[in-house]
Design a protein around this ligand. Structure first.
Ligand code: MG
Ligand code: MG
Length: 276
C-alpha cells in the first residue's frame, strides 16, 4: 500500500521500492511505445495512425493506455504538431516535412502508470527549431538534476525556467505543469516549469514525479482549441515538450522512463531530424 502523508493542502503518495520498480516497468513500456512510433514517423502518415499503433502496442504488452478515457480524453496518445503544445488530438491530417511532433503517452501496467513524452522533427528543420528542441531537452535534465532528497520543487522549476526563458528567451507555459505519478496519472504535487529556488515542497525519498518542460519558441501564452483539449501557442510559434518520470533519491534522481530506444530510432529513421 502506498503510504499517505499530509503536506499542507496536498496529498502525497510516497512510493516503496517495489512500487518504484512497477512504475519503472510501466515507464519502460511507454518509452518503447514512443520508440515504436519513432520508427514509423514520416511524411504522409497520420497522427491517428500513430495513435492506433501505440494503443495496440500498449495492449499487446498487457497494459492499458492510461490517457484513453482519462477525463474522457478519447485517444491513447496526445500528439501535438507545430504550434500545438500538449494534449493534441490525433487527426487524419498527414504529417509533412518540417513538422515538429510531440508524442506524449501513458500506460497502466499492474496498477501503476508510466508517463513520458518526446518531440520529433521531420526532415531538415530550421536552426531555430533545432535549438528549441535541444534546449527543451536539456532543460528537462537540468530539472532532473535538482530532483534529489532535500531540494524543493521550486529548485526543479527554477532550473527549467533559467535554461529556457532566462538564457534562451523562450516562453515557459504557465498553465500546465509536471505532476506526481503512480497509481494515478496525475497525483500531487504539481511540478511547474517556472518558479523560485528554495520554494515549494521539500522532496523526500519515495516521491515519484513526471517532469515535463513545455517550451514555446515565442511567447508563453497559450489557448485551448475548439476540440476542448489541444493547447496551442497564442502567437502560433512552435513548441517542444520532453517528459521523464523520475524517483527522487539522495544525491541523484532515478529516471524511470528512458530515451535510449527512442533516440536510437530517431537516429535510424531517415525521415527524422536527429542532429540537434
Ligand atoms: Mg505525459
Ligand atoms: Mg505528464
Amino acid at each position: 500500500m502506498p503510504s499517505k502523508k499530509f503536506n499542507t493542502a496536498i496529498l502525497i503518495y510516497y512510493k516503496t521500492k517495489d512500487e518504484i520498480e512497477l512504475i519503472r516497468k510501466s515507464n519502460l513500456l511507454v518509452s518503447n511505445t514512443i520508440a515504436e512510433l519513432a520508427k514509423l514517423i514520416k511524411p504522409g502518415i497520420t497522427t491517428l495512425q500513430l495513435d492506433a499503433i501505440a494503443e495496440t502496442f500498449i495492449r499487446d504488452h498487457g497494459a492499458t493506455p492510461a490517457f484513453k478515457g482519462y477525463r474522457d480524453f478519447p485517444f491513447a496518445c496526445c500528439i501535438s504538431v507545430n504550434d500545438a503544445v500538449v494534449h493534441g488530438f490525433p487527426t487524419n491530417d498527414e504529417l509533412q516535412e518540417g513538422d515538429v511532433i510531440s508524442i506524449d503517452t501513458g500506460a497502466t501496467l499492474q496498477g501503476y502508470v508510466g508517463d513520458s513524452a518526446y518531440t520529433f522533427a521531420i526532415g531538415d528543420v530550421s536552426e531555430d527549431i533545432q535549438r528549441l528542441m535541444r534546449v527543451t531537452k536539456e532543460s528537462l535534465y537540468k530539472g532532473i538534476q535538482k530532483a534529489v532528497v532535500g531540494n524543493r520543487i521550486g529548485d526543479i522549476a527554477w532550473a527549467v525556467q533559467e535554461h529556457t526563458e532566462k538564457k534562451n528567451g523562450y516562453g515557459v507555459v504557465r498553465e500546465l505543469t509536471g505532476h506526481g505519478v503512480g497509481r494515478s496519472l496525475h497525483e500531487d504535487p504539481e511540478v511547474p516549469n517556472y518558479g523560485r529556488r528554495g520554494n515549494g515542497m521539500k522532496m523526500l525519498e519515495g516521491l515519484v514525479i513526471a517532469i515535463e518542460p513545455m517550451i514555446n519558441m515565442g511567447a508563453k501564452e497559450v489557448y485551448c482549441a475548439d476540440d476542448a483539449w489541444t493547447i496551442k501557442t497564442s502567437d502560433g510559434s512552435v513548441s517542444a515538450h520532453y517528459e521523464h518520470s523520475i524517483a527522487v533519491r539522495k544525491g541523484k534522481a532515478d529516471i524511470l522512463s528512458s530515451f535510449t530506444e527512442i533516440e536510437k530510432a530517431e537516429q535510424e529513421n531517415p525521415y527524422l531530424f536527429s542532429g540537434y
